[in-house]
Design a protein around this ligand. Structure first.
Ligand SMILES: C[S@@+](CC[C@H](N)C(=O)[O-])C[C@H]1O[C@@H](n2cnc3c(N)ncnc32)[C@H](O)[C@@H]1O
Length: 394
């Protein structure tokens, strides 16, 4: 290195004190996220999938101001998302492919969800949330996240479409990590759009499935089961898992759902699973695990921030997960690693009949969903063709 370069480096180091670039970049990435959101919302990658387009063509196709859109796209191009040819026309790059809506592994729906205005409004309350311990979303919108989804069909659709980007891939890996075929009937508690149950039932022809979720979400899963030809082996039930969970399954799955709740809500949910399961029944609890002292699980720590901004929960350590399961009457705990980053399947067996189900009104989830009492299925259950027994929310 020449003397001149050495001096230049020293001067740069003075100009950029330690940490400067890291902090600067982290804060400015807010605008990168914003640019991703605008591009995803406008469907720029889908437009460029056919051919290269000039900024005027893109602006006309999306009803945008050409100069403002150009700022967004050239910033993304600086990060390898889209590129420009010699005459300034934009084209897709490999990094931009996931912003297309029609490709396997698409993240477009997730980007659109995470940067929706309701979410920014919640993030704006981050400081108040940390001071008060109330989730930022609740402070911004005055209601629990899932109650908000219950009232806003467009946000609900966006949420489950975004979640689907992750869940679809996770489910394809989870069926390889664990033999779900050993059970007779599996209930996915808080099963959302039905991705995991579809994958499991497709992999095990003799298995039956029940998806239990809030009534307003069931139509998504039903459409999915119908499209996959699974309606003869699978049904949906609407209700509130903080109040009661119907019987009828010898295994209950809870995936990416316990992390939505604080210890009180999580214990309520686990005890209701315990009450729903027959003696010796299995709880399969699938969640990411956080290691407070490790710097290697950064993505889990980011997800932890995301979840706790929206809901009263957050990621737990493996020890916390095991202690909670034991506290709620489960034993013989086995932990199965999976190919999904930091995600584990915690298998726990119903150890005792003595743990009571919590039936009192949930404290944090103001709007309750009525569980149709007729849904306490006999055990073992003979399932009719799939039907929704949901009671829609007003
Ligand atoms: C984070 S999502 C996970 C969905 C799915 N397990 C997955 O991994 O894609 C949490 C799920 O819990 C459901 N849920 C939230 N509160 C509920 C309640 N009180 N009773 C029943 N389901 C509820 C939501 O509708 C949603 O489908």
């Amino acid at each position: 290195m020449s003397l001149l370069s050495r001096w230049k480096r020293r001067l740069m180091a003075l100009w950029n004190p330690p940490g400067f670039q890291g902090v600067f970049f982290a804060i400015e990435s807010l605008h990168l996220a914003r640019a991703y959101y605008v591009a995803a919302e406008l469907g720029i990658a889908d437009l460029l999938a056919e051919r290269e387009l000039s900024i005027d063509e893109l602006a006309a196709a999306t009803g945008s101001d050409a100069r403002a859109l150009d700022r967004i796209l050239r910033a993304l191009a600086a990060f390898g998302v889209f590129a420009q040819d010699r005459v300034g026309r934009y084209r897709l790059t490999r990094r931009a492919q996931v912003l297309r809506s029609d490709v396997p592994g698409s993240l477009r729906a997730w980007v659109r969800m995470m940067a929706r205005p309701e979410m920014w409004q919640a993030y704006a309350r981050s400081l108040d949330a940390v001071k008060s311990g109330t989730p930022a979303f609740q402070l911004a919108h005055g209601q629990h996240f899932y109650d908000y989804l219950g009232r806003h069909a467009d946000t609900r659709e966006a949420f489950f479409a975004g979640l689907g980007c992750w869940t679809e891939w996770q489910s394809s890996q989870l069926v390889k990590a664990f033999d779900f075929g050993r059970y007779g009937t599996i209930m996915d508690v808080g099963g959302g759009g039905g991705s995991l149950l579809s994958h499991i039932l497709a992999a095990h022809e003799n298995l039956r499935g029940i998806l239990f979720d809030r009534p307003e979400t069931l139509s998504l899963a039903e459409a999915r089961f119908a499209a996959a030809g699974l309606t003869g082996r699978c049904r949906t039930i609407g209700g509130n898992f903080l109040e009661a969970i119907p019987r009828g399954a010898d295994a209950c799955i809870i995936k990416n759902t316990l992390c939505d709740w604080n210890d009180e809500g999580a214990a309520r949910l686990l005890r209701n699973c315990h009450a729903a399961l027959p003696p010796g029944g299995t709880l399969l609890w699938i969640d990411a695990v956080v290691d407070p002292r490790s710097g290697r699980d950064r993505i889990v720590k980011m997800l932890d921030l995301e979840i706790s901004a929206l809901l009263p929960g957050g990621m737990r350590t493996q020890d916390e997960l095991v202690a909670l399961a034991e506290h709620c009457g489960f034993g013989r705990i086995n932990i199965h690693p999976t190919a999904v980053v930091d995600m584990q399947i915690i298998e726990a067996v119903k150890a005792a009949e003595t743990v009571p189900a919590v039936v009192a009104e949930p404290e944090r989830h103001a709007e309750t969903v009525v569980l149709n009492v007729g849904l306490l299925l006999p055990d073992p259950v003979a399932l009719p063709a799939a039907t929704s027994t949901a009671t829609p929310l007003a």
